[in-house]
Design a binder for this molecule. Structure first.
Ligand code: GZL
Length: 337
């Protein structure tokens, strides 16, 4: 909403409020937040998909820190609790409030065409953070800030090939189980495709099972329990986020499987939060491919560029690192999440 519209809106509300109070029709106060939106603040409606993981919490914190009032923003952040329909509802409420920008992390890649068409018709720019949406709808958003999850999956495959070679196991039959993230999330799709393309180059690698643990510890443990019961020769676990990895390790230990230095099972994880990096130090996670949640600063920068009328890229990728026992000590102290 441009500042004149917002001022008119506030003025109208105050006038109506005054009239109503004086004629005794309503005795309601003007909503506090309507009166306190300074005219020059950039009003952002943000639909965060949920709070399912340590990563998500860090991502939300990064957004809230960067889109602060002192940085020139009025941020209205809504938690969709892992439901696409809640995100769609939030986006529609942002449209009716005529916010300046709609920002969201789409829980899955499909199902956004209609509501983003409505945002476009309302003249409100849409920005994606973290996950993205189907390519066919790419004209419905202005830009995206996130990571390259295809690259993350590919790095997992390349690390496994390298580690097998280092241990003279390049020709060994390798049985792999995959704990997938939320099905249809582009982080799940990217990591799966990236890893699978490398895996397909190794005829002796077999993905014997894959199932979603929905990026949560509880579900990750439940699925790993099942895999342990079904397969007694698992060589590699690819777990598409640290929260599921923690659950998988709990399941392995409860089943009496040794997890630690020189164990018989390679655990590949994603996100690289502090708690998981401590498991890398302990030799329980063999490699953790980072998915950097600190995306708020880049988002704020992009919105300020748009406010200045400057052209922006279609995508801004925040850098990821790869952590193993060889380098984790030099990074873990700076890990804030
Ligand atoms: C990654 C992000 C994923 C994280 C999970 O881009 O979408 O969602 O890897 C989080 O921890 O739940």
């Amino acid at each position: 909403m441009n500042k004149w519209k917002r001022m008119l809106c506030i003025a109208t509300l105050i006038m109506l409020g005054g009239l109503c109070v004086s004629c005794g029709v309503f005795n309601e106060e003007i909503p506090e937040e309507v009166e306190t939106i300074e005219d020059d603040l950039i009003v952002v409606g943000y639909s965060q998909l949920g709070s399912e993981s340590v990563w998500r919490t860090a991502n939300t914190n990064s957004i809230e820190e960067a889109l602060s009032e002192e940085n020139g923003f009025f941020l209205q952040l809504k938690n969709a609790r892992q439901k696409q329909e809640n995100q769609i509802k939030a986006i529609r409420s942002f449209i009716s409030q005529q916010v300046d920008y709609i920002v969201f992390s789409p829980i899955e890649e499909d199902g956004w065409g209609t509501v983003l068409q409505e945002a476009q018709e309302a003249g409100i720019p849409v920005i994606l953070v973290d996950r993205t949406i189907a390519k066919r709808d790419s004209d419905l958003y202005t830009t995206r800030v996130g990571t390259d999850t295809y690259w993350e999956g590919e790095q997992a495959g390349l690390w496994l090939a390298e580690d097998l070679k280092k241990h003279n196991e390049s020709d060994k039959e390798i049985n792999i189980v995959v704990l997938q993230g939320t099905i249809g999330a582009t982080s799940q799709i990217g990591r799966s495709v990236g890893f699978n393309i490398v895996a397909n180059e190794h005829k002796n690698w077999r993905i014997v099972a894959q199932e979603t643990g929905d990026f949560t510890t509880a579900k990750g443990k439940e699925v790993m329990d099942k895999f342990i019961r079904l397969y007694d020769d698992i060589d590699v676990i690819v777990s598409q986020n640290d929260d599921m990895t923690v659950g998988a390790i709990e399941a392995l230990k409860e089943a009496g499987v040794y997890v630690g230095p020189n164990d018989d099972i390679r655990i590949i994880s994603f996100d690289a939060g502090r708690a998981a990096l401590e498991l890398v130090q302990k030799g329980e996670i063999d490699v953790d491919i980072e998915c950097n949640p600190d995306q708020g600063e880049m988002l704020a920068e992009v919105i300020h560029k748009l406010e200045r009328g400057e052209a922006v890229e279609k995508e801004y990728i925040v850098e990821d690192k790869i952590f193993t026992i060889d380098n984790v000590d030099e990074y873990i102290e700076d890990r804030t999440y």
